[in-house]
Each structure stands twice: as structure tokens, then as C-alpha cells.
Design a protein around this ligand. Structure first.
Ligand code: ADE
Length: 362
């Protein structure tokens, strides 16, 4: 995947020179990183360090990763040492970073590199991509940082920087391929690894999601969103899809002493096995199922209002009915006394329904 040459961009839109000049002064000192000045003296990053850090940084913050990285490289200084370690020991050392499948893939990858590949990481994106635990982002990052391949590296920070630079109106994640092309076009052939790391640092320290420090940004004049004063409007987020609405009814049967009838919900399904009020099924219909005709037994059911609760996949609107009853009704459930009702482990949606019937008690 070779990017289009930078020459195809008008000079006044190129970001590499000001960005790298900024990075030369402000690069974060990170344990896996070779500083720009050492890089200039010919120091090359250790591909093992770059790989290990990128795997650790998948979904974990730089701050959390530092001490784990240091512990790993002092215990296993080379990929062959990691390959020789017991998997259990590696898993224990990983504990706390989360996502244990990553640790298992880390070990598998170390075994493969130390064994089949004779201890050397592949130097191309495609070669890296073939290893366990390495996806397109990680392959590009390792190729650029460890081997100076002009790969287009795009992580979340870089997406944000580019969506502002170019006022990209396509919402993420749909904008990913558009951003990838722009990053490829901007990536310089001479310092692709520093370019990627500079964008990461810029996104982490200046072009932050909220209140970006544009006055300190080396790309301020090149940033379309900044020029329009709309930097915080980017990246554009996809409008959340309206959730389907389900309707039903909940019944608050109250004894004269204030006790309320509760039931255990069926074990299967939403709120499975939890306590709740008797309800109808929650259907997409707005028909009789939501009326007092669906009550568990006859009583003088009086509507007290409609409550709404948003679940992951739908919004539930429950019509709430209240009745004062004798307590001799046949219904599988139990009476929760006036004093114990508030302490019952009830799901929020049920508390909302009770609050509709008892505005003073909930
Ligand atoms: N996040 C992911 N990879 C990173 C790196 N190499 N440097 C800083 N932040 C990162």
C-alpha cells in the first residue's frame, strides 16, 4: 500500500514540515520511542519494542501502558525471551491490561517470530498483517515506526486531526477510508514513523476532543475547521438511529395497607429473573395490550401516566395503571410491604412505573 506522492498536494496544504518541526521540539518521551534527535544520530527503534507497545496500546492508554512495557522488556528483553517464557507467566504479567485474547496473541506472535522467522519481524505491512494479533492499523504503525515504511497510520487521534484539518463532513466511521487516503497523501517518504507519532502526540496533547489548544498547534493556519472556528464540530458523528418503540402496560396493585404486588420476571429475556410489577408483553402494537383489559385481574384500574425507558435496542413506553385491591386476588407473586418496597432490587424501569403511581413515595 504505497501512498500517493506528497508532490500531488499543493505546497501550501502540506503538513509534514510544520508538524515534524513541532515534533522535534515537543515529542513526548515514551519508553518505546526513539527521540527525534537520537533518530537523527542514526539510532533505530527496536522492532520488538515497537510491536510490544502497539499491542499494549490497542484500547489502553499511554499512561497505563508505560509501567507494563517497562516490566515486560526488563523481564523479556528480546522477542526470543518472550517466546521462551511460559504462557502463564506472560498472562500474569499482562493482568490488569485487560483483553486477555491480546496477551494470548502476543505470545503466539512472539513464538512465530522467534521460531519460523528466526527472531526478525517482517518489515512490510503485508508481512506484519499476517501475524497473530496484528490488524491493519497495527501493521501500518509498526511498519512506519520500526522500519520507516511510508504507511498511512490512522488511529482515533489521527482521525480527529484529519477530520478537522479537512472539515470532513462524512461521519465516522464511514469517513475512515477518506481519511486513510488523505493521511497517505500527506505521509512523507523521509520520516513516516516520526510523522505518525507526531500526529498521535498532536491528537493526544493539542488537538484534543474537547477544547483543542489551537493557539499552540503547528497546523493552525492549515486547519480548515480552525479557520472556520468550528474545530469542536469535527469529527462529525453519525446521528444516532431512532430506536424502535415498544409499548405495554404495568400494573400497580396496592393493598389497603400500602403493600404492592410484585412478581419475578421469567428467567429468559430482558430483565430475566428480576423482580418487577406485573406487566403485559412489550409489543410494537399500540392496541389492547396496553390497556387495563390486559390487567392480571379485575379491579378499578386507573391510568396514572406513561413512562418511557430506553433499553439498548428499543425504547419502552409503559402505560401505568393503579388500583386499590383486596389482596385476595389469585396471582403468582408476593406483596411487598409499604416499608420494604423502596428497598426491593427493582430495575429502573419498574421504579419509574412505581413513581408514576406514587409520585410522593418514589
Ligand atoms: N498510541 C498508539 N501507538 C502509539 C505510539 N506509538 N505513540 C504514542 N501513542 C500511541
Amino acid at each position: 500500500m504505497s501512498p500517493a506522492p506528497t508532490a500531488s498536494l499543493p505546497t501550501n496544504r502540506r503538513i509534514a514540515a510544520p508538524l515534524l518541526a513541532w515534533y522535534d521540539r515537543h515529542a513526548r518521551a515514551l519508553p518505546w520511542r526513539v527521540s527525534p534527535s537520537d533518530r537523527r544520530k542514526g539510532v533505530r527503534p527496536d522492532p520488538y519494542h515497537v510491536w510490544l507497545s502497539e499491542i499494549m496500546l490497542q484500547q489502553t492508554t499511554v499512561r497505563a501502558v508505560k509501567s507494563y512495557f517497562d516490566a515486560f522488556v526488563s523481564r523479556w528483553p528480546a522477542v526470543t525471551d518472550l517466546a521462551a517464557a511460559e504462557t502463564d507467566e506472560v498472562m500474569k504479567a499482562w493482568a490488569g491490561l485487560g483483553y486477555y485474547s491480546r496477551a494470548r496473541n502476543l505470545k503466539k506472535c512472539a513464538d512465530h517470530v522467534a521460531g519460523e522467522l528466526g527472531g526478525a519481524f517482517p518489515e512490510t505491512e503485508d508481512g506484519l498483517r499476517a501475524l497473530p494479533g496484528i490488524g491493519p492499523y497495527t501493521a501500518a504503525a509498526i511498519a512506519a515506526i520500526a522500519f520507516n515504511v511510508p504507511a498511512a497510520v490512522v488511529d482515533g487521534n489521527i482521525e480527529r486531526v484529519f477530520s478537522r484539518l479537512h472539515e470532513i463532513e462524512t461521519p465516522l466511521p464511514a469517513a475512515k477510508s477518506e481519511i486513510g487516503k488523505l493521511v497517505g497523501t500527506q505521509t512523507p517518504d523521509d520520516r513516516p514513523g516520526d510523522f505518525a507519532q507526531a500526529l498521535m502526540d498532536l491528537g493526544a496533547t493539542i488537538c484534543t476532543p474537547k477544547r483543542p489548544a489551537c493557539a499552540l498547534c503547528p497546523l493552525e493556519d492549515l486547519c480548515e475547521a480552525r479557520v472556520s472556528g468550528l474545530q469542536e464540530n469535527y469529527p462529525v458523528k453519525a446521528a444516532k438511529k431512532a430506536k424502535p418503540v415498544r409499548k405495554g402496560a404495568a400494573f400497580v396493585a396496592e393493598r389497603k395497607d400500602g403493600a404492592v404486588l410484585l412478581v419475578k420476571r421469567p428467567d429468559k429475556g430482558l430483565l430475566g429473573g428480576m423482580a418487577g410489577l406485573p406487566t403485559t408483553n412489550w409489543t410494537v402494537r399500540g392496541d389492547g395490550e396496553t390497556g387495563p383489559g390486559a390487567a392480571p385481574f379485575d379491579a378499578e384500574w386507573r391510568p396514572t401516566g406513561v413512562i418511557s425507558h430506553v433499553f439498548t435496542h428499543f425504547e419502552l413506553r409503559l402505560e401505568v395503571f393503579h388500583a386499590v385491591v383486596t389482596g385476595r386476588e389469585e396471582y403468582p407473586g408476593w406483596w411487598s410491604s409499604r416499608d420494604s418496597l423502596a428497598g426491593e432490587a427493582l430495575p429502573t424501569v419498574m421504579k419509574k412505573a412505581l413513581a408514576s403511581a406514587f409520585p410522593d413515595r418514589f
